[in-house]
Design a protein around this ligand. Structure first.
Ligand code: NAD
Length: 359
């Protein structure tokens, strides 16, 4: 099959990690007989430098007309003092909003070979971590009405957290469908003991669970979920939650698996189109040195194969190749441990390519 992929290299280590991911996709194409067509799109600080804006309408249009977007990372100290609406991160908001990407999917997996990097007690790490957080991305308190006013001569600020039945239902369906393809367990996280939005959220989820009797469903309050993630992360398969809770819980889930350089993410909407990126930033401190860990981006490409192209075997082939390279002792500097063989970005990419086989 043929697929069109828009490539946003971005800033800092962005170009290095995207350049390390393209050969992996080309190898998958060769082994499984697919053709990937890549088109580069300018966004982030590099776009500000060249054209004066974080992303142009034309660039957005190229993304929209592709089957998927792969993003490195944007931003860096060079652009830190620009006003809010001119900063590189605006490109991310325009991409997510403009492309209707309302679901963020973040797996948190503890690889056997990286068990030592897990900050939890060894007996907990031994039970394994393999969960996915599904976060609503375009609603809730980050997008609700906000403002400031004066009451009794004192300044007051407020933010609101609106959610419609439609917004809850569409993210709920994505979560149930993903749970169905995994271990069939879904935990919906809310704050229904306090928030009206959460009570509506729970009501809609309970209606949906009747349609998915094969999925074991549970509710959990967000404060308990934050505790359970460090107390017994092995209990979770799929977690679904609203925007702000998901923002916080997905960062917590990332850190318990060890390195930020290992964690992929996907943002999808109501079609197969999606945007795929590592969860880390542009790492300006190591940019241009050839030492960045490309695995989070390579694993994001695996998510693209799974969620946008419906190529499950190909996605697993990439994930298996990454696990094999780690099992063979190869590490980039950020995940090195005793007796590991430290390699740079390009060599890590070459090793993953070498290990991709038809499953
Ligand atoms: P960061 O994730 O870029 O870096 C944090 C630390 O992790 C650094 O020490 C870095 O060297 C290390 N690190 C990150 N990715 C790595 C990798 N692949 N391999 C090895 N080490 C890696 O976070 P930050 O320093 O807070 O942010 C730097 C810039 O990135 C900022 O301008 C920020 O706004 C931007 N940012 C962009 C995105 C995005 O594009 N989606 C996300 C987060 C931050």
């Amino acid at each position: 099959m043929d697929f069109k992929i828009a490539l946003i290299k971005g800033d800092g280590i962005g170009p290095e990690i995207i350049d390390a991911t393209v050969p992996v996709l080309e190898k998958v194409g060769k082994v499984y007989n697919h053709k990937f067509y890549f088109q580069e799109v300018l966004a982030g600080g590099c776009s500000i430098d060249k054209i004066g804006v974080p992303i142009t309408d034309e660039a957005l249009d190229v993304c929209r007309k592709s089957d998927a977007v792969m993003l490195g990372a944007v931003g860096g100290p060079k652009w830190d003092n620009l006003p809010g609406d001119k900063r590189p991160e605006v490109a991310l908001f325009r991409l997510r909003g403009g492309l209707g990407l309302f679901t963020n999917i973040r797996p948190a997996i503890l690889y056997d070979a990286l068990r030592d990097a897990c900050p939890l007690k060894p007996e907990l790490a031994d039970k394994g971590i393999d969960l996915v957080i599904i976060r609503e991305l375009t609603g809730g308190i980050y997008f609700g009405e906000r403002g400031r006013y004066i009451k009794d001569n004192v300044e007051v600020a407020y933010d609101t957290m609106p959610y419609s039945v439609h917004e809850i239902e569409r993210i709920g369906r994505v979560a149930f469908e993903i749970a169905r393809k995994r271990r069939k367990k879904l935990c919906s996280v809310d704050k229904a003991n306090v928030l009206e939005t959460s009570r509506l959220w729970r009501q809609v989820m309970h209606r949906l669970k009747e349609e998915y009797p094969d999925v074991e469903y549970s509710d959990m309050l967000v404060d308990n979920a934050a505790m359970q993630l460090v107390r017994a992360p092995y209990q979770f398969d799929v977690i679904v939650t609203e925007n702000m809770f998901g923002d916080i819980l997905s960062d917590e889930a990332s850190i318990i698996t060890g390195s930020i350089g290992m964690l992929p993410s996907a943002s999808i909407g109501s079609t197969s189109f999606g945007m795929y990126e590592p969860i880390h930033g542009s790492a300006p401190d190591i940019a241009g040195r050839g030492i960045a860990n490309p695995l989070a981006t390579i694993l994001s490409a695996a998510m693209m194969l799974r969620y946008s192209f419906n190529l499950e075997a190909e996605a697993q082939a990439v994930e298996r190749a990454v696990a094999d390279v780690l099992d063979n002792g190869y590490r980039t500097g950020d995940i090195k441990c005793e007796n590991s063989i430290v390699v740079g970005t390009k060599e890590m990419s070459r090793l993953v390519c070498e290990n991709i086989k038809k499953l």
